[in-house]
Design a protein around this ligand. Structure first.
Ligand SMILES: Nc1ncnc2c1ncn2[C@@H]1O[C@H](COP(=O)(O)OP(=O)(O)O)[C@@H](O)[C@H]1O
Ligand SMILES: [Mg+2]
Length: 240
Protein backbone atom coordinates (compact mmCIF):
# COMPACT_ATOMS: atom_id res chain seq x y z
CA UNK A 1 0.00 0.00 0.00
CA UNK A 2 1.23 3.47 -0.86
CA UNK A 3 -0.03 6.33 1.29
CA UNK A 4 0.81 9.98 0.70
CA UNK A 5 0.23 12.96 2.97
CA UNK A 6 -0.42 15.76 0.53
CA UNK A 7 -1.16 19.41 1.22
CA UNK A 8 0.10 22.34 -0.78
CA UNK A 9 -0.17 24.36 2.42
CA UNK A 10 2.64 23.94 4.97
CA UNK A 11 2.26 23.36 8.70
CA UNK A 12 -0.77 21.09 8.52
CA UNK A 13 0.82 18.12 10.30
CA UNK A 14 1.99 16.04 7.31
CA UNK A 15 5.44 15.20 8.63
CA UNK A 16 4.26 14.52 12.17
CA UNK A 17 1.49 12.25 10.93
CA UNK A 18 3.81 10.39 8.55
CA UNK A 19 6.35 9.61 11.28
CA UNK A 20 3.80 8.55 13.84
CA UNK A 21 1.94 6.34 11.42
CA UNK A 22 5.16 4.61 10.34
CA UNK A 23 5.83 3.69 14.00
CA UNK A 24 2.24 2.85 14.98
CA UNK A 25 1.39 -0.58 16.36
CA UNK A 26 -1.38 -0.92 13.79
CA UNK A 27 0.97 -0.55 10.83
CA UNK A 28 3.49 -2.96 12.39
CA UNK A 29 0.82 -5.59 12.78
CA UNK A 30 -0.31 -5.17 9.18
CA UNK A 31 2.96 -4.78 7.25
CA UNK A 32 6.35 -6.52 7.38
CA UNK A 33 8.33 -3.70 5.81
CA UNK A 34 7.52 -0.02 6.09
CA UNK A 35 9.28 2.73 4.16
CA UNK A 36 9.00 6.31 5.37
CA UNK A 37 9.85 8.62 2.48
CA UNK A 38 10.53 12.33 2.76
CA UNK A 39 10.48 14.32 -0.47
CA UNK A 40 11.18 17.66 1.14
CA UNK A 41 14.55 19.23 0.42
CA UNK A 42 14.35 20.88 3.88
CA UNK A 43 14.75 17.45 5.44
CA UNK A 44 12.76 17.88 8.68
CA UNK A 45 12.37 14.13 8.97
CA UNK A 46 15.93 13.48 7.89
CA UNK A 47 17.34 15.48 10.81
CA UNK A 48 15.05 13.58 13.16
CA UNK A 49 16.05 10.24 11.64
CA UNK A 50 19.76 11.12 11.88
CA UNK A 51 19.27 11.83 15.59
CA UNK A 52 17.62 8.43 16.01
CA UNK A 53 20.58 6.79 14.32
CA UNK A 54 23.03 8.64 16.57
CA UNK A 55 21.10 7.52 19.65
CA UNK A 56 20.90 3.97 18.22
CA UNK A 57 17.14 3.73 18.76
CA UNK A 58 15.52 0.61 17.40
CA UNK A 59 13.78 1.31 14.09
CA UNK A 60 12.35 -2.21 13.76
CA UNK A 61 10.98 -2.76 10.27
CA UNK A 62 10.90 0.93 9.32
CA UNK A 63 13.38 2.24 6.78
CA UNK A 64 13.83 5.91 6.01
CA UNK A 65 14.51 7.47 2.61
CA UNK A 66 15.16 11.10 1.88
CA UNK A 67 14.78 12.07 -1.77
CA UNK A 68 15.70 15.71 -2.13
CA UNK A 69 15.89 15.93 -5.93
CA UNK A 70 13.14 17.89 -7.62
CA UNK A 71 14.19 16.50 -10.99
CA UNK A 72 11.17 14.61 -12.18
CA UNK A 73 12.90 11.46 -13.46
CA UNK A 74 15.19 11.21 -10.43
CA UNK A 75 12.61 11.42 -7.67
CA UNK A 76 10.02 9.35 -9.52
CA UNK A 77 12.47 6.50 -10.14
CA UNK A 78 13.58 6.66 -6.52
CA UNK A 79 10.02 6.38 -5.24
CA UNK A 80 9.12 3.53 -7.57
CA UNK A 81 12.18 1.54 -6.48
CA UNK A 82 11.35 2.00 -2.78
CA UNK A 83 7.69 1.07 -3.26
CA UNK A 84 8.69 -2.13 -5.07
CA UNK A 85 10.68 -3.30 -2.02
CA UNK A 86 8.25 -2.45 0.78
CA UNK A 87 4.78 -3.59 1.85
CA UNK A 88 3.84 -0.13 3.02
CA UNK A 89 5.24 3.18 1.82
CA UNK A 90 4.32 6.40 3.63
CA UNK A 91 5.24 9.56 1.78
CA UNK A 92 5.66 13.02 3.22
CA UNK A 93 5.13 15.35 0.26
CA UNK A 94 6.43 18.94 0.38
CA UNK A 95 4.19 21.97 -0.18
CA UNK A 96 4.29 24.30 -3.15
CA UNK A 97 8.02 25.02 -3.32
CA UNK A 98 8.70 22.69 -6.23
CA UNK A 99 6.04 23.91 -8.64
CA UNK A 100 3.61 21.22 -7.42
CA UNK A 101 5.61 18.56 -9.23
CA UNK A 102 5.67 16.27 -6.19
CA UNK A 103 2.03 16.95 -5.45
CA UNK A 104 0.96 15.93 -8.94
CA UNK A 105 3.07 12.80 -8.86
CA UNK A 106 1.84 11.74 -5.40
CA UNK A 107 -1.81 12.32 -6.31
CA UNK A 108 -1.39 10.07 -9.35
CA UNK A 109 0.84 7.41 -7.77
CA UNK A 110 -0.56 6.78 -4.26
CA UNK A 111 -3.26 4.23 -3.43
CA UNK A 112 -4.51 6.65 -0.82
CA UNK A 113 -3.95 10.38 -0.73
CA UNK A 114 -4.53 11.84 2.73
CA UNK A 115 -5.12 15.58 2.80
CA UNK A 116 -4.71 17.08 6.29
CA UNK A 117 -7.15 19.98 6.50
CA UNK A 118 -8.23 22.35 9.27
CA UNK A 119 -11.77 23.59 9.72
CA UNK A 120 -10.72 27.08 8.75
CA UNK A 121 -12.15 29.14 5.91
CA UNK A 122 -8.64 30.15 4.81
CA UNK A 123 -7.43 26.57 4.59
CA UNK A 124 -10.58 25.35 2.88
CA UNK A 125 -10.28 28.11 0.26
CA UNK A 126 -6.59 27.37 -0.26
CA UNK A 127 -7.44 23.70 -0.80
CA UNK A 128 -10.14 24.52 -3.37
CA UNK A 129 -7.83 26.93 -5.23
CA UNK A 130 -4.54 25.03 -5.13
CA UNK A 131 -4.88 21.31 -4.56
CA UNK A 132 -8.35 20.46 -5.80
CA UNK A 133 -7.70 21.57 -9.42
CA UNK A 134 -4.73 19.17 -9.55
CA UNK A 135 -6.86 16.32 -8.22
CA UNK A 136 -9.60 17.06 -10.75
CA UNK A 137 -7.10 16.99 -13.62
CA UNK A 138 -5.76 13.62 -12.50
CA UNK A 139 -9.24 12.12 -12.20
CA UNK A 140 -10.11 13.41 -15.64
CA UNK A 141 -7.05 11.71 -17.07
CA UNK A 142 -7.32 8.50 -15.00
CA UNK A 143 -10.90 7.97 -13.75
CA UNK A 144 -9.91 4.91 -11.61
CA UNK A 145 -8.17 7.34 -9.24
CA UNK A 146 -11.45 8.95 -8.25
CA UNK A 147 -11.86 7.02 -4.96
CA UNK A 148 -8.36 7.69 -3.61
CA UNK A 149 -8.68 11.14 -2.04
CA UNK A 150 -9.50 11.70 1.64
CA UNK A 151 -9.44 14.67 3.94
CA UNK A 152 -8.23 14.12 7.48
CA UNK A 153 -9.52 16.88 9.80
CA UNK A 154 -6.44 18.13 11.66
CA UNK A 155 -5.69 20.26 14.73
CA UNK A 156 -9.17 19.47 15.97
CA UNK A 157 -9.85 20.56 19.55
CA UNK A 158 -9.69 17.40 21.68
CA UNK A 159 -13.20 18.05 23.08
CA UNK A 160 -14.86 18.35 19.66
CA UNK A 161 -16.99 15.35 18.72
CA UNK A 162 -15.23 13.61 15.76
CA UNK A 163 -18.62 12.75 14.26
CA UNK A 164 -19.53 16.45 14.07
CA UNK A 165 -16.27 17.13 12.33
CA UNK A 166 -16.97 14.38 9.80
CA UNK A 167 -20.45 15.73 9.11
CA UNK A 168 -19.05 19.23 8.61
CA UNK A 169 -16.53 18.14 5.98
CA UNK A 170 -18.84 15.61 4.37
CA UNK A 171 -21.20 18.49 3.66
CA UNK A 172 -18.66 20.99 2.32
CA UNK A 173 -16.19 18.83 0.39
CA UNK A 174 -16.43 18.80 -3.42
CA UNK A 175 -16.90 15.79 -5.70
CA UNK A 176 -14.34 12.96 -5.40
CA UNK A 177 -13.09 14.07 -1.99
CA UNK A 178 -14.34 12.18 1.06
CA UNK A 179 -13.70 12.73 4.74
CA UNK A 180 -11.96 10.03 6.81
CA UNK A 181 -13.90 8.94 9.86
CA UNK A 182 -11.05 9.88 12.19
CA UNK A 183 -9.60 13.16 13.36
CA UNK A 184 -6.12 14.35 14.30
CA UNK A 185 -6.54 16.37 17.50
CA UNK A 186 -4.40 19.30 18.50
CA UNK A 187 -2.12 18.36 21.44
CA UNK A 188 1.02 19.98 22.82
CA UNK A 189 2.70 16.57 23.01
CA UNK A 190 3.01 16.48 19.20
CA UNK A 191 5.31 19.46 19.40
CA UNK A 192 7.58 17.85 22.00
CA UNK A 193 7.78 14.09 21.62
CA UNK A 194 10.28 14.09 18.75
CA UNK A 195 13.15 15.87 20.47
CA UNK A 196 16.35 13.81 20.26
CA UNK A 197 14.88 11.57 17.60
CA UNK A 198 12.31 9.88 19.85
CA UNK A 199 9.04 8.43 18.63
CA UNK A 200 5.80 8.60 20.62
CA UNK A 201 6.25 5.18 22.28
CA UNK A 202 9.79 6.01 23.39
CA UNK A 203 8.68 9.42 24.64
CA UNK A 204 5.92 7.77 26.68
CA UNK A 205 8.57 5.71 28.53
CA UNK A 206 10.60 8.85 29.18
CA UNK A 207 7.66 10.63 30.84
CA UNK A 208 6.01 7.65 32.55
CA UNK A 209 6.55 9.16 36.01
CA UNK A 210 4.86 12.43 35.12
CA UNK A 211 1.10 11.92 35.26
CA UNK A 212 0.19 14.94 33.12
CA UNK A 213 2.60 14.16 30.29
CA UNK A 214 1.88 10.46 30.46
CA UNK A 215 -1.86 11.04 29.95
CA UNK A 216 -1.18 13.37 27.02
CA UNK A 217 1.08 10.93 25.27
CA UNK A 218 -1.29 8.02 25.86
CA UNK A 219 -4.06 10.02 24.20
CA UNK A 220 -1.76 10.86 21.30
CA UNK A 221 -0.89 7.19 20.82
CA UNK A 222 -4.62 6.41 20.74
CA UNK A 223 -5.18 9.15 18.11
CA UNK A 224 -2.50 7.69 15.87
CA UNK A 225 -3.69 4.09 16.21
CA UNK A 226 -7.21 5.21 15.42
CA UNK A 227 -6.09 7.18 12.34
CA UNK A 228 -3.94 4.26 11.17
CA UNK A 229 -6.78 1.75 11.56
CA UNK A 230 -9.18 4.03 9.71
CA UNK A 231 -6.70 4.48 6.87
CA UNK A 232 -6.12 0.73 6.54
CA UNK A 233 -9.84 0.01 6.60
CA UNK A 234 -10.45 2.68 3.97
CA UNK A 235 -7.59 1.42 1.78
CA UNK A 236 -8.98 -2.13 1.91
CA UNK A 237 -12.47 -0.95 1.09
CA UNK A 238 -11.24 0.78 -2.05
CA UNK A 239 -8.52 -1.54 -3.28
CA UNK A 240 -9.49 -4.87 -1.70
N1 LIG B 1 -1.69 17.36 16.45
C1 LIG B 1 -0.90 18.42 16.64
N2 LIG B 1 -1.17 19.28 17.62
C2 LIG B 1 -0.39 20.36 17.85
N3 LIG B 1 0.70 20.66 17.13
C3 LIG B 1 1.03 19.82 16.13
C4 LIG B 1 0.27 18.67 15.83
N4 LIG B 1 0.86 18.03 14.78
C5 LIG B 1 1.93 18.76 14.43
N5 LIG B 1 2.05 19.83 15.23
C6 LIG B 1 3.07 20.90 15.14
O1 LIG B 1 2.69 21.74 14.05
C7 LIG B 1 3.82 22.14 13.29
C8 LIG B 1 3.67 21.67 11.84
O2 LIG B 1 3.65 20.26 11.79
P1 LIG B 1 4.37 19.45 10.62
O3 LIG B 1 4.08 18.01 10.86
O4 LIG B 1 5.79 19.85 10.50
O5 LIG B 1 3.52 19.99 9.38
P2 LIG B 1 3.88 19.95 7.81
O6 LIG B 1 4.78 18.76 7.58
O7 LIG B 1 2.55 19.79 7.14
O8 LIG B 1 4.51 21.25 7.47
C9 LIG B 1 5.03 21.54 14.00
O9 LIG B 1 5.56 22.50 14.86
C10 LIG B 1 4.45 20.38 14.79
O10 LIG B 1 5.20 20.09 15.94
MG1 LIG C 1 6.66 18.76 6.68
Amino acid sequence: MIIGFVQTKGGTGKSTLAVNMAFSRTMHREFDSIALVELDSQGTLKSWWDERQEMSYNCRNVSFHHISSSQKEVFQQGIKAISAHNDLMIMDIPGEGTGKLHTRFACAFCDLVIIPLRTSTNDETAFMNNLYPIIKQIIQAVPEKRDNFFVLPVFVHPLVNPRKCYEYFDEMLPAYISCLEAVYPSRAVYENFNRQGLNLQEYSKLVENNKKYRQQVERAIEDIENISQTIIKTGRMIHG
